[in-house]
Write a protein that binds this ligand. Structure first.
Ligand code: ADP
Ligand code: ZN
Ligand code: ZN
Length: 724
């Protein structure tokens, strides 16, 4: 007997080993000798003969798992990933495992301690509102792991304090509790919510649903009701979200409604937390798994429903090593498991929109806010030839003042962090550029540094111009830091907060700021797209969008789609309470057809317009794309290889795959990054099978060619970015 084993090595193939006395299982781990080392691998197939000479085949050293780590469905899903993304087996079968499992640790969760209310503990006094919040939370959610509480926004010090005050105690989980208790919501469902739930429950088995619901329409409640039915039927539910850190409130809502074991998988976990969460889901103990992108591949023996929230969000796409799209993988997983999957968004991606239009996905719509107050329609403010102060037009500043005076909150949205996006010489126009990239430095005044946002390089700002020696170095353009400083100076009597990746780097910082917004301590927010998602600020009545013009003329055809999503999401932040909201978009191009369609006819009409354009241009999703990305430290070498590959493709590949073509071959957007020169080749075909076969052939040819070893290259299926 032979076992075909996947190993965490860059090679594109599986390796055969002889099965010894210990039986092996498909989907389980084994330890095998490889290049003088012992390595952990996953058994992918058991067979009676091998293509290799028997005396060349080594023996399996030991068997780690007596039971499969991956179920049959999951093995099918992983095999699909391996083929679909043309990825080495190691990246699929091993690199996506939690590290401790990849290293061969037993598949048993470490002892987990849970926090729970002490028996007969009275609630803390009302003035200790944070403690009270945790008290009520635990009363609803039941025993909960510390890492989960942290993700819910409860700090470690608060937990300690509660323990010291004898409100909560820790205990170690000893039994498996699959029970799920459901807490009813305090309000009845709206008619639209009911209708949508009914539509899903009328079907059985695999179906993909697009839940297109405006911000504030109560999508989360729909998820909860759908989950409820599946949990009650003894099934597990997988909930995928873009970023857990950004929206602790959402997480809390799920846990407050279901008292059961919940596992959480996201990037901020440490190795043993990840190990535990994975095994809790894989063993079936956790009935709900909430996670980001990588959680899509966690085994769940009783999986009965997948929810994927904010399906348009770019963070579902992994941009390094295995470049998969968790949304597409989730849909595939649902089809293999024969279970429903709900893709929710207020701004569906064009791909999903097209699938809904052509009937592949079932379309569900919540077009009314629960509050019946529709999200405000953005109005355009023409800033051509206007004086701007910190990027703001006079009217914008007036409106901010007016709303603040009324006691409301205001959001000023600017998608550019730092103080200014460049610093230049006032005399000769020299721009201070990163040596390692072809982009300029961003000035971060608060730390007195220039930072390259492409490679992360940091420098002290220069005192002199490198071209002309002048000492008149000035900042150029406006970032969130400058905008917030300026607003604070202009509106001294109000509290301004800046929310971007810089201001929230410290653990817990974002949550603190969000709480200060909720409590009304902060009235004026300056934020990047971190603030566009999911948050519910009932007193926010005005959103000013400083500038999205870049997207209108971007080299990347997806930029306008993202722009529209951002604008709609930002608009969704305003007017969520009793008061009406207002949204202003400052632009130099008020007559641009994209903006006109979006504002006059709405997001759906905008998508229809994009859809036509993409169809005419032969862009995805109407054609299928694969990218070949090349990079090396020498510009010439990268280019030479690109030409060589182009010739190889034209001469040997393309003639055999009708319909496959080289759509573009060009230096990547921002060609130079961190000292490397990057090149991008885009291949397209109408039929996916043709694309795959041809690109696989190309990949095989490149793998066999020794000269390709001088450059780094990779193939990406369904690329979303024309950067490197
Ligand atoms: P979405 O995810 O679509 O933006 P949410 O699910 O966050 O919307 O709901 C918006 C707000 O409306 C939340 O505060 C939620 O608690 C509330 N809500 C949801 N459904 C109802 C309902 N049927 N009746 C009253 N309030 C509701
Ligand atoms: Zn100069
Ligand atoms: Zn750089």
């Amino acid at each position: 007997m032979f076992a075909e084993v996947a190993l965490a090595v860059p090679l594109k193939r599986f390796f055969d080993y002889k099965v010894g006395d210990q039986p092996v299982v498909v989907g389980g781990r084994v330890v095998v000798p490889f290049a003088g080392q012992s390595k952990v691998g996953i058994v992918c197939r058991i067979k009676t003969n091998s293509d290799f000479a028997e005396n060349k085949i080594k023996k399996i050293e030991s068997v780690v798992d007596l039971q499969p780590l991956f179920s049959e469905h999951l093995m099918q899903l992983l095999a699909w990933l391996h083929h679909y993304y043309l990825a080495p087996p190691g990246e699929v079968y091993l690199n996506l495992l939690p590290k401790l499992l990849k290293n061969g640790l037993p598949a048993e969760p470490k002892q987990v301690s849970l926090w729970q209310l002490k028996e007969n503990a009275e609630p803390p006094p009302a003035r200790a509102f944070k403690q009270l919040a945790l008290y009520h939370f635990l009363a609803k959610a039941g025993p909960t792991e510390q890492s989960l509480l942290r993700a819910d926004g409860f700090s470690a010090s608060l937990i300690r304090q509660m323990a010291d005050n004898q409100y909560i105690v820790q205990h170690t989980r000893s039994h498996i509790d699959k029970k799920v208790t459901y807490h009813d919501s305090e309000y009845p469902l709206t008619e639209q919510q009911l209708a949508v739930i009914q539509q899903v429950q009328n079907h059985q088995g695999f179906n993909v649903y697009l839940l297109d619901g405006v911000t504030g329409s109560g999508k989360t409640e729909v998820y909860i009701q759908l989950m409820r039915a599946h949990l009650a039927a003894g099934q597990q539910v997988l909930v995928l979200v873009p970023e857990i850190g950004l929206t602790p409130q959402t997480l809390r809502r799920f846990q407050a409604r279901f008292k059961c074991q919940v596992a959480l998988i996201h990037s901020a976990l440490n190795d043993s937390e990840r190990h535990n969460a994975w095994l809790e889901a894989a063993s079936g103990r956790a009935r709900i798994l909430i996670g980001t992108r990588s959680a899509v591949l966690t085994p769940m023996p009783d999986l009965g429903l997948i929810i994927l929230d904010e399906e348009h969000d770019a963070s579902y796409k992994q941009l390094d090593s295995l470049r998969y799209n968790a949304r597409d993988v989730a849909v595939k997983r649902a089809s293999l498991t024969q279970c429903p999957i709900v893709l929710g968004s207020a701004t569906p991606s064009l791909e999903t929109w097209v699938n809904a239009k052509n009937g592949k996905y079932l379309y569900l719509c919540l077009n009314q806010r629960v509050s019946k107050r529709q999200p405000p329609k953005p109005v355009l403010l023409d800033i051509k030839d206007r004086n701007l102060q910190a990027g703001l037009a006079y009217e914008s500043i007036q409106m901010i003042e007016q709303h603040l005076k009324q006691g409301d909150q205001v959001l000023v949205f600017l998608n550019r962090r730092g103080y200014s996006p460049a610093i230049i010489c006032h005399e000769c126009g020299w721009i201070c550029e990163c040596q390692r990239c072809d982009s300029h430095y961003t000035y971060h005044k608060s730390i007195g540094q220039l930072i390259c946002h492409h490679c992360g390089d940091q420098q002290k700002p220069p005192h002199q111009c490198e071209m002309c020696g002048s000492s008149q170095i000035v900042d150029w353009g406006v970032g969130t830091e400058q905008l917030a400083d300026w607003l604070q100076e202009r509106f001294v009597e109000y509290q301004v907060a800046r929310i971007d990746r810089d201001s929230t780097r410290k653990k817990g910082a974002l949550d603190k700021q969000l709480q200060a917004i909720e409590s009304g301590e902060i009235q004026l927010l300056v934020g990047t797209q971190m603030l566009a998602k999911g948050h519910h600020f009932p007193n926010l009545t005005l959103a000013i969008v400083v500038n999205l013009d870049n997207a209108l003329y971007s080299a990347d055809f997806r930029a306008v789609e993202r722009m529209a999503q951002l604008l709609v999401q930002v608009s969704g932040r305003a007017g969520r309470g009793v008061k009406k909201g207002q949204v202003v978009l400052q632009t130099h191009f008020p007559d641009h057809p994209y903006l006109q369609t979006l504002l006059a006819q709405g997001y759906s009409a905008f998508l229809d317009m994009l859809m036509q354009e993409r169809q005419q241009a032969g862009f995805p999703p109407f054609t299928q794309w694969a990218a070949l990305r090349l990079e090396s430290h020498q510009k010439q070498l990268t280019e030479k290889k690109a030409v060589w590959i182009e010739n190889l493709f034209n001469e040997y590949i393309q003639p055999h795959y009708q319909g496959l073509s080289l759509f573009a071959s060009m230096p990547a957007l921002h060609e130079k990054k961190a000292g490397k020169y990057r090149y991008l080749m885009l291949f397209s075909a109408e039929r996916r099978a043709v694309l795959h076969a041809g690109i696989k052939q190309l990949q095989d040819s490149l793998l066999m060619n020794k000269s390709m070893q001088n450059v780094r290259w990779l193939i990406e299926i369904d690329p979303v970015s024309i950067q490197g």
